[in-house]
Design a protein around this ligand. Structure first.
Ligand code: ATP
Ligand code: MG
Length: 332
């Protein structure tokens, strides 16, 4: 059994890109591996945010994850800031992270471009991410494609720390591998940028049927399909990517065929998708509604998750501090 870690920012509403790229995989993995999943609030403060709504958004993200199928009996679900070792390890790893690599990260460049003043926290975002995963010596990280570059840097950070502090046998950090899904990169509804909480180009996991259809109907498809008679290429169509997450395999085959042969129009294709999405998302929306009426249950899941996560985190930090040469504190 491998150790799995992944996180999601409470930076907006859980959307189908998050679900297909990551969360759907988390739900599968929890019955196969030793999994930790976190609502990463410390990451979410690297972009402009509203202080007053952060607690609600954090709880709401936990609600969404539970509604999507995470089961606290099978995985550890917790809020990142509830385990202070994340920030401690972040600092320590900062000292072995090459600045040039941070400046090269595509996500940093994209997000920095959208901010007037760029905080150092945005640059160091991938170091905190390395700390998140390495704290639990996790080897598998189920994420969307946009995180591959961060995972590569994470391995570099682990190697550098190991080379400097992990010699002589005993403790070493593993080099975590990404685990991708089929729909690893869902584009936003305009078909350009990736679907992102912070870009407002999303279909939320909680959108009711009429909103799903309202957003899907005008959504971008393969631009080659100018008229109904023009054949398209499903491999470059965002709607087909989404089909791969929500429609059964035989439907996917039929969708690809009808697209390539212009057997139907994009609107027909979208209608089938909408029906399949509604069938999957309806029960998730209902479970979320039920959980929202029992916030104390969600709080309890998060409390107990943080306690379990912290036990593992403390063990790693004791080893890391010793290896980095810090004088033992009397009490911790
Ligand atoms: P933000 O815009 O604030 O960065 P986000 O929508 O990118 O939010 P994150 O919390 O950064 O969401 O990422 C959570 C997980 O969802 C990560 O594993 C990420 O790779 C995955 N993910 C995010 N967007 C997509 C997408 N469009 N397609 C596939 N996976 C995605
Ligand atoms: Mg993101």
């Amino acid at each position: 059994m491998a150790r799995v870690f992944s996180g999601i920012q409470p930076s907006g509403e859980l959307h189908i890109g998050n679900y297909l790229g990551a969360v759907q995989n988390w739900v599968k993995l929890q019955s196969q591996h030793d999994c930790l999943f976190s609502v990463v609030d410390l990451h979410a403060i690297t972009q402009a945010y509203e202080v007053a709504t952060l607690p609600h958004r954090t709880l709401e993200m936990a609600v969404g994850l539970l509604a999507a199928g995470l089961d606290p009996a099978r995985c550890i679900l917790f809020v990142q800031s509830h385990v202070p070792e994340h920030t401690e390890l972040n600092w320590l790893l900062n000292t072995v992270t090459p600045l040039g690599e941070l400046e090269r990260q595509t996500q940093f460049k994209d997000k920095a471009q959208r901010q007037e003043s760029v905080p150092a926290g945005l640059l160091n975002y991938p170091v905190l991410q390395a700390a998140d995963v390495l704290l639990y010596v996790a080897t598998l990280v189920p994420v969307g494609e946009d995180q591959l570059q961060h995972l590569e840097l994470m391995r570099e950070i682990a190697r550098r720390w190991n080379a400097r502090f992990g010699t002589g046998g005993g403790f070493q950090f593993p080099e975590p591998q990404a685990l991708l899904s089929t729909a690893k990169r869902v584009l936003g509804l305009d078909g350009h940028a990736k679907m992102s909480k912070s870009l407002g180009n999303t279909i939320s996991l909680f959108d009711p049927p009429e909103t799903i259809w309202g957003k899907l109907r005008p959504a971008a498809t393969d631009p080659a399909r100018v008229t109904r008679k023009d054949p398209g290429n499903p491999d470059i169509c965002n709607i087909f990517t989404i089909h791969q997450g929500f429609s059964p395999p035989d439907t996917q085959t039929q969708v690809a065929h009808n697209c390539r042969t212009a057997g139907w129009g994009c609107l027909d294709c979208k209608r089938v998708l909408a029906d399949n999405m509604i069938a999957t998302l309806g029960p998730i929306r209902e479970r979320a509604q039920e959980l929202r009426s029992h916030p104390e249950r969600v709080r309890e899941v998060l409390r107990s998750g943080a306690a379990k996560a912290r036990t593992i985190a403390r063990g790693t930090m004791a080893e890391v501090r010793r290896r980095m040469g810090f004088l033992d504190a009397e009490e911790r």
